[in-house]
Design a protein around this ligand. Structure first.
Ligand SMILES: [Zn+2]
Ligand SMILES: [Zn+2]
Length: 500
């Protein structure tokens, strides 16, 4: 039931974009031409894009639709069904696809990273350069080894701890800033993170030492978190399966004789194949089911609960803004609030907070006026930044700002304190509104690519934070430094939402 619901939430539009985009490209590929009719080819592309591609990528441009991604997705499908893994569409594979869908509910929900990075060798070394004081060194060594063994039991890789020099996977426990761009956030929130496979920092895994690491139910269980992170280090992305280890939020399960859950095993075997012969260990009792999310009101017109996508690398924001130092990220009629004054995120329905507004398309704050503006369709509202209440006289029409009446929706907006201009993004263009003169600047709209090189051709969400501008185009976010007119870092939206 749970699974069906998720699939239904995939937007039909995206499905067709992927499908059409792929058939155009794949038809050119000689591999597929001879045996398979174009009808079957389309069916297969639809099938793999629905069930085996990186779901959550609502933006079609992210999933670069190439022949090889179809072939990779097809391999995953073949692996799942125990077919010969060729990555090429053949009769057997098509038969399975055309079979009645009784197997659908079992279809894997794991994910791989874009480009499918993986280790190209059999022996992977790891080294723990800094230990936690919460456990003895022996306990940490044993637990880390146990976490790796969950994988080496099912895939033909071996893991070896080394104590000097550079290992493939460097591991450390440290709080706060620890040498990369992703400082930890104190107790709670982010627990750990790991890089996908690759050279240098690839596979490196960091544990936030402000957590209390344990081998039990208290604090944070090291085995479960290490096993999850090593999944990333081996190339697994988050899974939509709530019983999967790669489910993006931490949930304690009994670790006595713990084995890799099925979904994760399939995911990692799709990358590396399976270890033969399969080790005969006694099966684990299935981990207790994770608590179901609170039932949502089932209104067919409602957009899906964005919490399902919170930790997806494909997360796309509708809008984002700062409000008095906190950050608000809007999605599907809800927002996450990330604050420096409390731990974790607050999640709120927009219409509960601001009656009359259902979906926020764009938002910006003018800090020195203590006012925030929220856009929905052709209207916008002024909100008092302190009280977060709607100001009298709103909503107003966006034509009041000087936008032409042909604009039906604003994609993003951000106020730039240094220039006192508000940038208003619509499709591939933007306008500049002069807040000190209260009028639109002359000479607009202009093309985004012309004036903001590197941020993409459209902006879905934009905000200012600590002197930087953040522009999201699909799941990808550019940290932009206006004085240099340069992208300083490329991030992913979900990185703001306390995921691990
Ligand atoms: Zn780190
Ligand atoms: Zn994770």
């Amino acid at each position: 039931m749970e699974r069906r619901k998720h699939f239904n939430k995939m937007s039909l539009t995206d499905f067709w974009i992927v499908l059409l985009g792929c058939s155009a490209l794949c038809q050119a590929a000689p591999t597929f031409a001879p045996v398979v009719s174009s009808e079957d080819q389309e069916l297969a592309e639809g099938y793999v894009s629905q069930f085996y591609s990186d779901v959550g990528m609502t933006n079609s441009s992210v999933r670069s639709i190439t022949n090889s991604s179809f072939s990779q997705d097809l391999q995953a499908m073949q692996a799942f069904f125990g077919l010969e893994v060729t990555g090429v569409l053949n009769k057997k594979t098509l038969e399975v696809m055309k079979a009645p869908r009784c197997g659908v509910s079992d279809i894997s929900r794991y994910g791989h990273f874009p480009g499918r990075p993986k280790w190209e060798k059999r022996l992977i070394t790891y080294r723990i350069t800094r230990y936690t004081p919460d456990l003895t060194q022996r306990q940490v060594d044993a637990t880390i080894a146990q976490a790796f063994q969950l994988y080496s039991d099912v895939i033909p890789l071996d893991f070896k701890q080394i104590y000097t020099g550079t290992a493939d996977i460097m591991i450390l426990f440290k709080g706060g800033y620890h040498g990369d761009f992703y400082p930890f956030d104190g107790a709670g929130g982010v627990l750990a993170h790991a890089n996908s496979p690759g050279r240098d920092a690839g596979g490196d895994t960091h544990f936030d030492d402000d957590e209390t690491w344990t081998l039990t139910q208290r604090g944070v269980n090291l085995l479960l978190v290490a096993a999850h992170e090593f999944g990333h280090a081996l190339g697994l992305d988050h899974s939509r399966d709530r019983s999967a280890l790669m489910y993006p939020t931490y949930q304690y399960v009994n670790t006595h004789r713990y084995r890799l859950p099925d979904d994760d095993r399939r995911g990692v075997q799709a990358l590396y194949g399976s270890r033969t012969p399969v080790p005969t260990r006694e099966p684990n009792p299935r981990p207790p089911p994770r608590p179901e999310p609170e039932p949502e009101p089932e209104e067919p017109t409602e957009k899906p609960d964005p919490r399902n996508e919170q930790c997806s690398r494909g997360l796309v924001f509708d809008a984002a803004t700062s409000i008095r130092g906190d950050l608000f990220f809007f999605k599907n009629g809800y927002y996450w609030r990330k604050s420096t004054s409390f731990h974790g995120l607050r999640f709120t329905k927009v219409s509960t907070k601001w009656p009359g507004i259902s979906y926020v398309d764009a938002a910006f704050e003018i800090p020195h006026n203590n006012v925030v503006y929220l856009f929905e369709g052709r209207q916008y509202w002024g909100i008092r930044a302190y009280a977060k209440t709607i100001m009298p006289g709103y909503p107003k029409s966006i034509t009041n700002l000087g936008l032409p009446s042909s604009v039906t929706k604003v994609n993003a907006a951000v106020y730039v304190p240094t220039t006192r201009k508000t940038l208003i993004f619509v499709n591939n263009q933007y306008w500049s509104y002069d807040e000190s003169r209260n009028r639109m600047d002359f000479g607009y709209p202009r093309y985004i690519t012309q004036d903001f090189p590197g941020i993409g051709s459209k902006v879905d969400a934009a905000f200012e934070n600590q002197g930087y501008l953040y522009f999201s185009d699909g799941p990808r976010q550019s940290e932009y430094y206006l004085p240099y007119k340069r992208v300083m870092r490329v991030l992913l939206n979900y990185g703001w939402l306390n995921c691990y």
